[in-house]
Write a protein of this length. Structure first.
Length: 462
């Protein structure tokens, strides 16, 4: 096949090079954006008189025809035509002849690919945003059910202080809320239209860049022609945003895996979200959570791959940059594969409240509260810490929990202890006295939930 750029060449491209160089296999997914971009460019060329208006009309009509043929599965893309940009341009000239050859006036594939990729990512992340909102919704509904569900809180994976499952869920709400805000922040920088940068140095045609931006729904145009074609920050940043979403999903997955174990037994995944073993009949494995944790590694790999790919590139466009697509597409595909299945897994799991409460008890999770009890009776905290430390050491030897010690035993360590120590160190008191904003007490969590609900209501609308 004759190349669109064949004029300077005496020989045809080696078959191996055609295959090697071609990106159509993975960039064909940007066909819609490529066509929309070309329609806007052609319309602008016609409007400004850079090409005859009648040719612009033919181009636009031809492009709509190609779009509908692709959508109806009637188009076969050619490896020889290298990428989506040249495939579509070739289809156009095959169909409408002479006029089609005017489409690429004042444009290069370098600014074209920058445009297509920005548009593709902006389009796809609309769905990603909805998926994040859905996850926030699932977390919030679950949190509402569990404001009284006491569970152990951990540091160093050692039992620390009792919290509620609602507080734990709302921690994830905060993480994913930040992800949502990072995504809208990213959007501002991606939402700029690069056409007009040409190959690297702009163009001699006085293009109406603002018009093209407006046609395509961009909020502005990129400023510098060299930067416009050599910038892939928007792909790297998005891979960063996605990586962090995955890290959050992965941390939660890790907890769900631990909690599903016999040793914790805090939750049980629904049968529909678990798998069995081919040899051990008793097994019920949390494969979904494990796979999400595993896929996080590949997404972080996509992010590192993109950064390493860019770090040594001189300005402006280099063919290395064709490698951006598979990585950012993989990151997007993966996060959008994980989010819905994670949401459904979460919404259908059984929460074993009794085990959570039992888990919160052993391990002296109320030791801080016992110290606070003495502080409230006037003892300095550091001294109270020491007294309770000694008491815990004694209780470990006696194989008792703090609330299983007799009042006499308490009094042996400090005569400030009274009968009210038992209520002061019950799990319910430990949780409900933590009323500080952001804490686990029911009222504090309910305030958090109310704010979260208002937040979701306000972001869902726009
Ligand atoms: N397929 C190329 C890419 O993905 C398009 C840009 C090619 N430009 C060039 N001058 N070879 O980056």
């Amino acid at each position: 096949m004759a190349k669109l750029w064949g004029g300077r060449f005496q020989k045809s491209t080696d078959k191996k090079v055609d295959d090697f160089n071609s990106s159509i296999r993975f960039d064909k997914r940007m066909y819609k954006q490529d066509i929309r971009g070309s329609i806007a460019h052609a319309t602008m060329l016609g409007k400004t008189g850079i090409i005859p208006k009648s040719d612009a009309d033919k181009i636009v009509e031809g492009l709509y025809g190609i779009l509908s043929d692709i959508e109806n599965g009637k188009v076969e893309f050619l490896i020889d035509a290298e990428d989506i940009h040249m495939n579509i341009e070739k289809l156009l000239t095959d169909r409408i002849g002479e006029a089609g050859k005017r489409l690429h006036t004042g444009r290069s594939r370098n600014d074209q690919v920058a445009l297509d990729l920005r548009m593709y990512l902006l389009d796809e992340t609309n769905t990603l945003r909805l998926m994040l909102l859905h996850l926030l919704d699932v977390l919030l509904s679950l949190a509402k059910e569990h404001t009284k569900t006491i569970m152990p809180g951990y540091t160093h994976l050692q039992k620390a202080q009792p919290v509620t499952f609602a507080l734990h869920l709302m921690a994830y709400f905060e993480m994913f809320r930040r992800d949502l805000s990072r995504l809208s922040d990213w959007r501002k920088r991606c939402d700029l239209m690069p056409l007009g940068a040409g190959a690297l140095a702009g163009t001699t045609y006085l293009l109406d860049r603002g018009f093209v931006a407006e046609q395509l729904g961009f909020s502005g145009i990129t400023r510098n022609s060299l930067d416009s074609v050599s910038d892939r920050d928007f792909a790297i940043e998005l891979a960063g945003v996605i990586s962090l979403i995955m890290v959050h999903l992965s941390r939660f997955s890790e907890e769900l895996i631990l909690w599903s174990s016999h040793e914790f037994s805090f939750v049980e995944m629904d049968d529909a979200f678990s798998t069995g073993s081919s040899i051990m009949p008793q097994k019920k494995n949390p494969d979904v959570a494990e796979l999400i944790r595993g896929k996080t590694g590949r997404v972080i790999g996509d992010l590192s791959g993109l950064m390493v790919m860019m770090k040594g590139l001189p300005l402006a466009y280099n063919k290395d940059m064709q490698e951006d697509k598979e990585q950012i597409f993989d990151a997007l595909d993966t996060v959008m594969l994980c989010l819905p299945v994670f949401c459904d897994m979460l919404a259908t799991m059984t929460v074993k409240k009794d085990n959570m409460l039992r888990g919160s008890k052993g391990g002296f999770t109320n030791a801080t509260d016992a110290a606070d009890y003495l502080v409230k009776k006037g003892m300095p905290f550091r001294q109270a810490h020491e007294v309770i430390g000694n008491l815990v050491f004694y209780a470990i030897k006696e194989n008792k929990a703090l609330d299983e010690l007799t009042l006499d035993e308490f009094k042996n360590f400090c005569d400030m202890f009274d009968e009210d120590i038992y209520t002061a160190i019950s799990m319910q008191t430990c949780v409900n006295e933590r009323k500080v904003p952001g804490g686990p007490a029911e009222d504090a969590v309910n305030a958090e939930i109310a704010e979260a609900e208002a937040f979701l209501g306000s972001v869902s609308e726009n």
